[in-house]
Design a protein around this ligand. Structure first.
Ligand code: ME8
Length: 700
């Protein structure tokens, strides 16, 4: 059996996943499902990229230990994949993963032994948001991906001789034009490499949150070297030790990525692999970017789209929400180009392709089989009655072939377009043949066509004089042809819209599980006559555009508010997030060991609370002015409900004085008051002194 190894990028768990991360993962899930149905032994990898300064800062801002922060966010990704019906994937995470440490350190050692690593002082600009080096000079510069100002880094680092791979890369691109897809992306990569490659820094000194550099505890490995190596770790690579899965699946057949990270994959990654003596992946496909109504999604603009409220809104209307989103993302934008998300577009696409076309065809067909032929798929006549049938048969044959060609070249947009076109043809065929009219005229049904509700408004029953035999044959032919074509469509669509396709398969009464179907066996005429169809329930009910739009917007807004509230609750409840020792509960696990140097970074000071007052709208926060000797600091603390403001005034407390300032409920907070948190509620008990000490005294 041939194998197929496909990966998504591993995502930064600095925030919850949004529709952009969903886009890549959905595309990969669809391709993985499709390949399984083509008979491949598929490994599908996704995961989270958890090291680096970006993650460290996000955790600091949330006031949570970074290990806990990434573990919590990682779960949000897995929960969303569940909702989006992402299945049979392996999940790799880069922090707290001993196998991954071994992989990365092995890669570095190999490159070092091969002479591709050297040490030098680095001074330049670095974008923390995209974790990339931008220039080798101190000159201020903005990142060309995210537009943020880059930070100055000045430290002694390990460097990778990327320049040594320039010619080899160009030769590889020439010999393997399929290595980067679509073709226009290959051209971009080639011209970047032709313009000259510089060596790159692959370690960080100031940072602790990373994989230790082998034999140099002062440095951690650059987060991209670490992240790319996860494609190996995720299938059982641990440096010298390699699993049978790794031997089977590597090299990857497809790294699916967004266009933003093409250079890392098409230039750095092959060089890192060559430096370690490992074979290269076969194809890197860079898809486009999804914008929100033509605008870049960003938290500060409040236009980031999250999948959960979308799924919920559709489900409230009885529609398969994950299918609606999956279909919209893959069918609305040519795969490889940029796309624009809009709620109107989402409803429009769902209503036109899934509700009006496919859903209607399925519902009409199953209803007519139930009403006209006692619920069993009829026997098609030996020779075609309608002249359209041979044409439809040829179209379906062509579809089965072209669909595979298109998905094999990752043109999922066109493949779905082909299916949609044939659904249109089948609806046209039914409308022209009017089996409901024939059935009514010959009375071949236990029900009348009018009762069945399938006659179109204003239609007259026709062919009243047609012989019963000819009429029966036409009805049988129509119903067999559409039901059989729908069976094929369900199988083709299953990779893309699994929920609806599965229901369609069941309604048609087909034997076996849809996921076990093989595309090689899919042929016209495969539906067994006599198959009992199920109850004709609408699979893709049509949505009222205005109502659906209003509900989608409402849920998206609620979701945003919930997220903000959750963040504020978390911040408000600091420093008492978790009870230190809840009575009757196991004590909290000890935090990882730190050095004295680490501890010395925390500036703890004695201070006297001069005033305390509530903050409007905040249930737990109090605004305090704390006298630190040389200054009076404003600090917001989650003490309301536990301490009365007047009790606090005059109290001597311990303040973390060098925390980054941040705003809580719009009020600036410049430090944190130290407290023990007790009982399951996390009630704060303030730390104070046995004897008086001057304000501003440092605690050591
Ligand atoms: O770059 N439209 O992680 P990341 C389309 N950890 N795709 C989008 C998107 C959007 N608006 N936003 C995100 C990283 N994506 C690294 C990767 S791999 C070894 C390390 C998708 O969380 C797209 O696939 O920033 C993009 O490449 C990926 O999310 C980046 O995710």
């Amino acid at each position: 059996m041939s194998k197929f190894y496909i990966t998504t990028p591993i995502y930064y768990p600095n925030a919850r996943p949004h529709v952009g991360s969903a886009y890549t993962t959905i595309a990969c899930d669809a391709i993985a499902r499709y390949k399984r149905m083509c008979g491949y032994d598929v490994a599908f990898l996704t995961g989270t990229d958890e090291h680096g300064e970006k993650l460290q800062r996000a955790a600091d801002e949330a006031g949570v230990p970074v290990e806990q922060f990434v573990a919590e966010k990682r779960e949000l990704f897995q929960a969303l994949w569940q909702k989006l019906r992402i299945r049979e994937y392996r999940f790799v995470h880069t922090s707290q993963n001993p196998a991954h440490v071994k992989s990365v350190q092995w890669m570095i050692r190999q490159a070092n032994q091969a002479g591709y690593i050297y040490k030098k002082r680095y001074e330049g600009r670095y974008c923390i948001f995209d974790e990339r080096y931008l220039s080798d000079s101190a000159e201020p510069v903005n990142c060309d991906i995210c537009g943020r100002p880059a930070e100055l880094i000045s430290e002694e680092n390990y460097f990778f001789k990327l320049s040594a791979f320039q010619e080899r890369l160009l030769a590889h691109y020439k010999d393997h034009p399929e290595f980067v897809q679509p073709d226009f992306r290959m051209n971009e990569v080639k011209s970047f490499v032709q313009s000259g490659l510089r060596d790159i820094s692959i370690s960080r000194k100031r940072l602790k949150w990373g994989i230790p550099w082998p034999d140099d505890p002062e440095q951690v490995v650059y987060v991209w070297y670490d992240a790319l190596t996860s494609y190996l770790t995720g299938i059982g690579f641990e440096g010298e030790r390699r699993s049978a899965d790794f031997e089977k699946y590597w090299p990857a057949d497809l790294h699916m990525i967004g266009k933003d990270i093409l250079r890392f994959h098409a230039v750095y990654w092959p060089a890192f692999l060559w430096a370690a003596g490992l074979p290269l992946p076969k194809t890197i496909f860079a898809h486009g970017w999804i914008y929100y109504e033509q605008d870049k999604m960003s938290k500060s603009k409040g236009n980031v789209v999250y999948p959960e409220p979308i799924i919920q809104a559709f489900e409230e209307f009885g529609a398969p929400g994950s299918d609606a989103l999956r279909y919209y993302l893959l069918r609305d934008t040519p795969f490889g180009l940029d796309g624009s998300f809009s709620y109107e577009g989402l409803i429009q696409r769902y209503n036109s392709d899934l509700a009006n076309d496919l859903g209607n065809l399925a519902n009409r067909t199953v209803t007519m089989i139930r009403d006209y032929v006692h619920g069993s798929v009829p026997q098609p006549p030996g020779a075609a009655v309608s002249a359209k049938v041979p044409w439809l048969r040829e179209s379906l044959k062509a579809l089965l072939h072209e669909f595979r060609q298109q998905v094999d070249s990752y043109d999922v947009f066109r493949a779905l377009g082909r299916v949609s076109a044939i659904v249109g043809d089948l609806n046209g065929y039914l409308n022209e043949s009017k089996p409901w009219a024939i059935a009514a005229s010959i009375g071949s049904s236990p029900y009348s066509a009018a009762d069945s509700g399938v006659r179109q408004a204003g239609e007259e029953p026709r062919l009243a004089s047609e012989s019963r035999v000819g009429g029966d044959q036409l009805v049988n032919e129509c119903l067999y042809v559409t039901a059989d074509a729908l069976r094929c469509i369900a199988v083709l669509d299953f990779a893309f819209i699994p929920e609806g396709s599965h229901r369609l398969w069941e309604q048609l009464g087909c034997e076996g599980n849809i996921e076990d179907q093989r595309l090689d066996d899919l042929k016209w005429g495969g539906l067994r006559s006599g198959t009992k169809v199920g109850k004709p329930e609408p699979i893709f009910p049509r949505l009222d555009k205005q109502k659906a739009l209003a509900r989608l917007r409402e849920l998206a807004q609620e979701d945003r508010l919930d997220e903000e509230r959750a963040k504020e609750t978390r911040v408000e409840s600091q420093p008492v997030e978790k009870p230190a020792v809840a009575p009757g509960a196991a004590p909290e696990a000890p935090a990882p060991k730190i050095t004295l140097e680490d501890f010395a970074k925390v500036d703890l000071r004695a201070g006297t609370i001069r005033s305390a007052e509530p903050i409007p709208g905040a249930t737990k926060l109090l605004k305090l002015q704390v006298d630190l000797g040389s200054e009076v600091r404003q600090v917001c603390a989650g003490l309301a409900g536990y301490y009365k403001p007047e009790e606090l005034v005059g109290m001597k407390v311990v303040v973390v004085a060098n925390l980054q300032p941040r705003k809580l409920r719009g009020v600036e907070s410049n430090g944190m008051i130290v407290a023990a948190s007790v009982e399951p509620t996390g009630r704060p008990v303030l730390v104070t002194f046995q004897q008086d000490v001057p304000n501003g005294t440092r605690l050591k």
